[in-house]
Design a protein around this ligand. Structure first.
Ligand code: SAM
Length: 346
């Protein structure tokens, strides 16, 4: 495997608009790109592996880019990079760097399309689509829209009845899921683990009874505290996989129980990009801990019983009881309301 981690800066312009304005202005295609009447095979180099690949005109094309290994670029991606009238890229320097590594020339106009401007850009790009242009959208790595820009233009294209299609390819979610060795028949993608401690704890608590395999993205500098939070939320024995540097030279998958993987993180802190895959709850776990949502009055009564039995202050008993009864979204019942209810207990 070749380590193809992105190298910043290709020496080419990172400006917002580079290259020729699309000249081919065809009537707006039907919303189904596969039926686009004016789609043409690329023709600019004889005998090339991309010959025969159809480029849809008057269409937005989301294309996945490699997540570490340049060899994962699809032939469609290569053809689209060469042929699209406009390439909307999350980071134009990274786009040119990818093109350089692939040995392709980006002929179309390149525009920056990132989290901060994608909503503003969507309509002007779609005006070009309406005029017959092929607008290729790529993010820095992997599938656009998966924790990356792209959703704004997809939604706006749907609203405007314009065609949008996808040249699928690498994405860390599916790569990690496939390698983890955990059930793949049902899974959920949970995006990045929340950064703020309280948000992180609440999110993980809310997933305690999730029966599907869960996939999270995480950054290496937060992995240690996230492993502690996983241990607190799911216990030591749940199976998991920590997948790092996927598709790269130093690809590594650490599989085991949460406790074992957590210990490995202490012993050998992982570097690079990370995906965490956590087994879903078993039926027994769910049955054992099925969250019963108690009323404020029921919680107050439990707290009263505890305060009497253990000789502790009502305030402290309420705090304990509330912690033991998180709501289905992982938040805790309202302490003041439980206290109010306790005042009316007979
Ligand atoms: N759109 C991308 C996709 O389809 O996977 C995800 C972009 S998100 C901003 C970046 C995160 O994806 C990283 O922080 C990491 O959690 C995960 N990721 C991306 N490439 C990875 C790789 N080669 N190995 C492990 N995780 C990766």
């Amino acid at each position: 495997m070749t380590d193809t981690r992105a190298v910043a800066g290709s020496g080419e312009s990172g400006a917002d608009a580079v290259g020729p304005v699309p000249s081919a202005v065809a009537p707006a295609s039907s919303p189904s790109p596969s039926l686009a009447p004016d789609a043409t095979p690329i023709q600019d180099h004889d005998g090339s592996v991309t010959d025969g690949i159809t480029i849809p005109h008057g269409c937005v094309v989301l294309a996945a880019t490699p997540i570490g290994n340049t060899g994962d670029a699809s032939l469609r991606l290569i053809a689209l990079l060469q042929q699209a009238d406009i390439v909307a890229a999350e980071d134009t320097r990274r786009l040119y760097d990818l093109a350089r590594r692939l040995g392709v020339h980006v002929n179309g106009r390149v525009v920056a399309n990132h989290d901060h401007n994608e909503r503003q850009k969507a309509d002007s790009l779609l005006d070009e689509v309406e005029g017959g242009a092929t607008v290729l959208l790529v993010s820095d790595a992997g599938m656009p829209t998966i924790n990356d820009p792209g959703l704004a233009i997809v939604r706006r294209a749907i609203e405007r009845g314009l065609p949008v299609t996808c040249a699928p390819g690498p994405s860390a979610v599916l790569d990690a899921l496939a390698l983890a060795g955990l059930p793949t028949d049902r899974f959920c993608y949970e995006g990045f683990v929340p950064r703020k401690t309280s948000d992180r704890e609440q999110r993980l608590r809310s997933l305690h009874n999730e029966m599907r395999t869960m996939v999270f993205y995480e950054a290496p500098h937060r992995i240690s505290e996230t492993m502690d939070a996983l241990l607190a939320a799911f216990g030591p024995d749940r199976q998991m996989a920590l997948c790092r540097e996927l598709t790269k030279d130093y690809e590594q998958v650490r599989r085991g129980s949460i406790e074992q993987v957590r210990q490995s993180v202490v012993d050998d802190p992982p570097r690079g990009e990370i995906v965490l895959v956590i087994a879903g709850a078993s039926a027994e776990e769910v049955n054992e801990t099925s969250p019963v949502v108690l009323t404020d009055e029921q919680l107050a009564r439990l707290a009263q019983e505890r305060a009497d039995a253990e000789g502790i202050r009502m305030k402290d008993a309420i705090a304990e009881v509330i912690k033991e009864h998180p709501l289905p979204d992982g938040s805790f019942p309202n302490r003041k309301k439980v206290y109010q209810a306790s005042l009316t207990l007979k």
